[in-house]
Ligand binder design. Structure first.
Ligand SMILES: NC(=O)c1ccc[n+]([C@@H]2O[C@H](COP(=O)([O-])OP(=O)(O)OC[C@H]3O[C@@H](n4cnc5c(N)ncnc54)[C@H](OP(=O)(O)O)[C@@H]3O)[C@@H](O)[C@H]2O)c1
Length: 232
């Protein structure tokens, strides 16, 4: 059975990703920083759950040990956990930016490095990085783009960094069975944006699922949304 770990999956796009993958017969484990919220979400879906705060090395190590014990390997890792805070550069406290990077960038690297040994044991490992089009340098520097006016230093630059992180993992793992891709879910109504998004969390999750269930002929090192390739 195909196995998956999704970080930050107790709500929002991560929860819907867990639901959709479970519907496709995947043995899903939800990662949640709060065990209570995680257990409650996992019970609703009938899937597994592990405590996983992406800023806590102890919980990351324990989660990898849990998955090694439960599955022996891992087929899919969806780095979904993320936070959005802050405004334009001159109004961004460094502490806020550091805290956001701990989750959106360093947390992804820490979790991925802990899970790669398990993913290498899979015949078809898949890593999905949940990024955003607002992290695209092409989009941000295009005044004609609807997101061209957005100016949120910490969040946007964290997703730009995540895109490079994606490209470099893909490069390093190119000789293995692991494919690494970044996705943009689109603007989805979740807690992250006060439910302002014009898409559902499930629509966003479907993009993660498409890259999580990628065939062996699928790409690695790409950045995609529902419609196809997004410019970096
Ligand atoms: N919504 C959008 O329009 C949109 C657009 C582009 C990209 N994204 C990306 O999609 C991903 C999911 O966001 P969402 O919209 O579904 O937001 P959400 O509903 O706020 O969910 C975020 C999830 O991340 C978890 N999380 C936060 N900090 C964490 C940590 N330190 N360790 C582990 N989990 C942590 C949250 O857990 P708690 O419940 O404990 O807080 C929650 O489960 C994020 O990476 C976001 O940047 C969203």
């Amino acid at each position: 059975m195909t196995t998956a770990l999704i970080t930050g999956a107790n709500k929002g796009i991560g929860f819907e990703t867990a639901r959709l993958l479970a519907e496709r017969g995947v043995d899903v484990v939800i990662g949640a920083r709060d065990p209570g919220r995680g257990e409650e979400a996992a019970a609703r879906l009938g899937v597994g759950c592990v405590r996983l705060d992406v800023t806590s090395p102890e919980t990351i190590t324990a989660a990898a040990a849990f998955l090694a014990e439960r599955f022996g390997s891992l087929d899919i890792l969806v780095n979904n956990a993320g936070i959005a805070q802050g405004g334009p550069p001159t109004e961004t406290p460094l502490d806020l930016m550091r805290g956001l990077y701990e989750v959106n960038v360093f947390g992804v690297v820490a979790v991925t490095n802990a899970m790669v040994p398990l993913l290498l044991k899979s015949p078809a490992g898949r890593i999905v990085m949940v990024s955003s089009e607002v992290g695209s340098l092409t989009v941000t520097t295009d005044p004609a783009n609807p997101w061209g006016d957005l100016n949120s230093l910490a969040y946007q630059s964290s997703k730009t960094a995540l895109n490079m992180v994606t490209a470099l993992y893909a490069k390093e793992l190119a000789g293995t069975a692991i494919k690494v891709n970044a996705i943009s879910p689109g603007y989805c109504a979740t807690d992250l944006n006060g439910f302002q998004g014009d898409r559902t969390a499930a629509q966003g999750a479907a993009v993660s699922v498409s890259m999580a269930l990628l065939g062996d002929d699928g790409p690695t090192g790409t950045f995609v949304n529902e419609a196809g390739v997004v410019a970096w």
